[in-house]
Design a protein around this ligand. Sequence first.
Ligand code: KG4
Ligand code: ZN
Length: 356
Amino acid sequence: MPTVLALETSCDESAAAVLRQEGDQLTVLSHGIASQVEEHAQWGGVVPEIASRRHVEALPNLVEHALKDAGLVAADLDAIAATVAPGLVGALMVGSITARTLAALHQKPFLAVHHLEAHLASVFLSDHPPHAPYLVLLVSGGHTELIRVDEVGEMERLGRSHDDAAGEAFDKVARLMGLDYPGGPAIQAIAVEGDAKRFRLPKGRVSKPGGGFYPYDFSFSGLKTAVLRHVEALRREPEELPLADLAASFEQIVADVLVERSLRCCSELGLEHLVMVGGVAANHRLRSQMRAAGKTKGVSVHIAPLAYCTDNAAMVAVAALRRLSSGVEPSSLELGVAARWPLEQALSLYGPSPPF
Ligand code: KG4
Ligand code: ZN
């Protein structure tokens, strides 16, 4: 019955959670998030220096409450985990140093977690976890990727964005429409009332050097520019900007592209299970469209629970518990943090020789 305390501080959410695993059963004993988005919203995006300082202020309280709400003390834990890469270096440092200090103090193993592995693990908190092999659509603020996961957990990246990530596109489009950061929830909120068919927007494909297109890759920068052109043209008109219609049309085209390419990849590779995780997977239109299309195509769709799509510590704990049960050696207390680190090399975060 391993029990893990996990911390997440890779961007603008400070979070702590305690999870227990009994066989295949995962129980969230506690989880808390201190969001900084309101403070960053004034600047139109995340300010790394502010993020680090807010993590320093928020973590002690979050850790205390995570243990108290779980009804445990540090001595009851089997390991202490934290996200160490990728992300904002100063922000990652706060969570990692806190976890390593607690691990040293209470003589517990330290488990370093890759942020994208944590997003992938978030689907195991759903009532309907997938069976390998499956395809993962990872859609966050920094990544848009299609990853095949096989029976032994080996991963192969089959598609990616060549420019903006889907979440980044939501954030940038929201900003040019004069909406708040983060853009995803802001666009979703006003899109509810909008006509998604009002504006024709491009699907953004990536050309192959010899002709044709990469079938599973994405490009969102042309879409962002197309929205900008509409906004500029509409601002010349006397009427108010039809923001709801523009937001709905944008949200619709992003959902169309993500759904079409993911299901095409499943069908061409003969994969029967599709997993969707990451902040953008919280989008209602995308969730319902992916489920409906999966049904039509005979693909079983598994989406992370809404509460665990955007950054949180419960998903970090799931990744740590899965590593623990796979028998990895604990991470070195000498391990640092990294702004970038390939998901395929997440295993190198464990054992006595730290890669950074
Ligand atoms: O996974 P996440 O919390 O952080 C990263 O690891 O990047 O994702 C944050 C991204 C932001 O770009 C945000 O605008 C987007 O997820 N997002 C959404 C929604 N909620 C968050 N995008 C679309 N619809 C939403 N409801
Ligand atoms: Zn994330």
